[in-house]
Design a binder for this molecule. Sequence first.
Ligand code: PMV
Length: 338
Amino acid sequence: MKSVASAPAKIILFGEHFVVHGTKAILAAIDKRVTVTSSFTENKTIKINSQLGTLEVPMSSSHEEVKSELRPFVYLANKMINSHQDVNGLEITVNSDIPIGVGLGSSSACCVAATASISGLFNELSRKEIINLSIEAEKTIFPDTSGADCTVCTYGGKIVYPSIEKIGNTFDLNLLIANSMIPHSTKSSVEKVNKFKENDEERFSQLCELENGLIDEVIYAIKANDVPTGFENTDRSLHNRLQEEEKDGREHFLGKKMSENQKYLEEIQVSNDTLRDMISSLSEISLGSKITGAGDGGCIIALIKDENMDKVPELLGKGKECFSVKIDTKGVVWETEK
Ligand code: PMV
């Protein structure tokens, strides 16, 4: 019996770091995925095959003994095997097209896909149960996680966190991701922000308020501009033109808000010269841009009109990677083959 699950990568459109301290965030799942395949073996081991290497530990091992990024898999395997005494071994294989350690939620997507895949061998879980268990698994490597990443990887689409409200599903954004190729550690960036907060509680709480206000404006704008119902049956060309105008106006507004959000991220010191250079090199063609994820390296996102996309590689210069993304609407998907 084989259980296969896949989950999407994510970007944070607004609210990274502040979300760890209780503000809202807006996230989107994107069209890059990790696939996890699980099957029973007779080897009395938990074996994990992934791009990070292969790990094989006795069934009795605790995840705490595993000193690697593969710890969440051992945690999940133990958790599910423990309630089923008849299991003699488990093999988990991870295949991913999500770049690792650059703010696109690779580890959360792995935790979500692994939870769905392993549980598929036993009792299928609901999406809510998948979120809870995958967040527990992620906490074995990053105890301070806000849980936002696992949530969007599970549900797909664009969501507001923590309310898990899906927004703006009637339109797509021309989003570009540019990778600085500098790996980052989410844990150390989050610790740095904790220090900023300790040193200046008052300013940090002002920034949290500003971030929340900005996100409320964005949610309002996205909802207000969703296609009004009833239009579909009237004049189609007028409807299409209005939609185009709305998309244009909405993109300019969202771009402006992204750049405003970037100022807050600069202030809490999770940016660096490379990221600032990338943002300014795109400024002539982007409607707005910002870090996505923990910062200190990793990726930026930018809103770029279709007609300007081909100018991006030259503007960014050598040594960077860039690609445009589509929003994933499926979230985690899974199937079991007998
Ligand atoms: O860089 P990533 O993909 O690990 O995203 C981190 C996002 C933070 O807000 C900094 C942390 C969190 O758990 O929300």
